[in-house]
Design a protein around this ligand. Structure first.
Ligand code: ZN
Length: 214
């Protein structure tokens, strides 16, 4: 990653930009690479595992993802927690104009979102997906993945159509969260977010205690 990468502002619900449908990327200029690097920097800083360009106010079909969990000192990635398919994919992953070609099976996961901070709930997704996307140079590539990476790709792709994970919950649950945010805003991260001392936020084994944000 470039040393000049800089942090971007992550928009939160109910910012209307998050409801915009992202446009396909047609030009693969050096600025796009710089923007993707800034997004990764912003995602790591926020301790998220995925980020869509629309979440930083740019509704283009660009996603950055890194689902690898770190060890206790936050240094080395723990590959033993990943599925074989996840291990086969080089991360961080940058996906441009992504498409889910095919989905297989169903799974559920406690999802969180950098644009809906401090709220987590169970969402149903495909267990395994075939994905087609372009890389940062505009070259098409395909992969098949399951595990947390598959869930993250589906969560991020929702952002491209203006959908948030809270839209997948039951009508009652979804409205409760939306009304709570609109009325009271978000809880103070300093009081509610204990992830700061603990880098295990990405661990799927303790997902109910340390859910992941994307
Ligand atoms: Zn999200």
């Amino acid at each position: 990653m470039s040393k000049t990468a800089s942090k971007l502002e992550i928009l939160t619900y109910p910012n209307p930009v998050l409801r915009e449908v992202s446009k396909p990327v047609t030009e693969f200029k050096p600025e796009l690479k710089k923007f993707a690097e800034d997004m990764l920097e912003t995602m790591y800083e926020a301790k998220g595992i995925g980020l869509a360009a629309v979440q930083v106010g740019n509704p283009i079909q660009l996603l950055v993802i890194d689902t690898r969990s770190k060890d206790e000192v936050g240094q080395r990635y723990k590959y033993d927690e990943m599925t074989e398919l996840e291990q086969s994919i080089e991360q961080p992953l940058i996906l441009i104009n992504p498409e889910i070609v095919k989905g297989y099976g169903k799974t559920t996961f406690d999802e969180g979102c950098l644009s809906v901070p401090s709220f987590f709930d169970t969402v149903e997704r495909f267990e395994k997906i075939d994905v087609k996307a372009k890389d940062i140079h505009g070259k098409e590539f395909k992969f098949t993945v399951d595990g947390l990476l598959a869930i993250c790709v589906q969560h991020e792709m929702d952002h491209l159509s203006g959908t948030l994970f809270i839209d997948h919950l039951s009508f009652l649950k979804s409205n409760k969260i939306k009304n709570q945010i609109k009325k009271n805003g978000y809880p103070d991260p300093k009081k509610s977010d204990d992830d700061d001392e603990d880098n295990s936020a990405r661990s799927r084994k303790s997902k109910s205690k340390d859910p992941v944000k994307a």
